[in-house]
Design a protein around this ligand. Sequence first.
Ligand code: FE2
Length: 427
Amino acid sequence: MTQSALGRHGRWMSAIATLERQSAAATAIDARTLAGAGLAAALRDSRRQTLARVDDLSAAQWSPTEQIGINPIAWELAHIAWFAEFWILRGPHHRDTAGYAQAWHPPQFAGPDTLFDSARLPHAQRWLQVMPTPAELGDILQRQLEACIEVIPPVESAFTGAGTPDDPLYFHRLALFHEDMHGEAFCWMRAALGYPAPKGVAVPTVGDRTLLALSAADMRMGYDTTEPGFAFDNECPARTVHLQSFAIDSAPVSAGDFALFVDAGGFDTPQYWPSEAGRWRAQSTCAHPQRWRRSARGTWEMRWFDQWLSLPPDAPAMHLNAFEAQAYCLWAGRRLPSAAEWEHAAHTQAGFAWGHSVWEWTADAFVPYPGFTPGPYSEYSLPWFGDHRELRGGAFATHTRMHNPCYRNFFQPHRSDVFAGFRTVAV
Ligand SMILES: [Fe+2]
């Protein structure tokens, strides 16, 4: 058996085992309000997931050739440590004249900023830098995590009035969710590179779709800052939105249902691919989802990490871009939900299944809510408004801590490397 790039370092294996024990008690309940020992356990749990998603890779898998949308693994691990240290331990912060975040204290564990701040070092440059070795990374990550946990403020000092950076726990929670996001990104990376699925990751399923009818209503959209806990900047400020009545699927569209559209020639019917979608379709090479292929018997197969599987009809349709989701809707006489409709259904409908299969494309561009103010980590949302599309929910690879009806994910509409699908609304 090939020895993994990290497995040969006993320190990593014992670190994972220790984190597994320490995080066993961590739960996803009220992740936005985690404090004290619960927050420490969640940080250890997130770290355990990070390490577990790369620790079995061979030395060759550890160093893939450069690919768009993927970071070098060593860079991404060091960046995770840098991010937590920068925001939790090195404040106060300010913006320099070039707009970059600067911290008062120098790095002790992961640095320099010019190398590990994603805002400072473009993707292509990350492949050209000399990175810490796996053994060095193990040290950096362990020392950074312990130092960050050591300074978690006592529970009673947590500010419980609003999800704002005034909360003394703001940066711990930000670093926690940031690491959870990178844990999911390691999963996309493995799928894109054709590596085996990480331990514990299985093909998700979706239940039968029924239509849930919702009456016209005024709904509260976004994270209300009168509530305690952490909010991402793009979730604020909350506001009241009036919705007309609508009927929305109880679950995302399945692969079996999406195959009906493909088999009906949907990819080659121009009316389903208007404007921007048509421009994407004109330069795409296959008349089916990019991670599907025909078997010798003429049936569909789906790429799942390092395998080709006979298309599981009850899996969610996934690795779809926003144009493919929209084309299916036009063929089926449906439409994509607005983000407000999705959020309202998630808040109010017990039968609305979400969060465990795929991220769901919505009809909305990712734009700031009226009155938006960037958070201290302003690179999180601000640079991506306008040309990205909003997704809601969560995928099988997303930690349940990330699940929140208010949470707004966002990607460029042509991306299909992420675990994205969709659900429909009756027209
Ligand atoms: Fe990051």
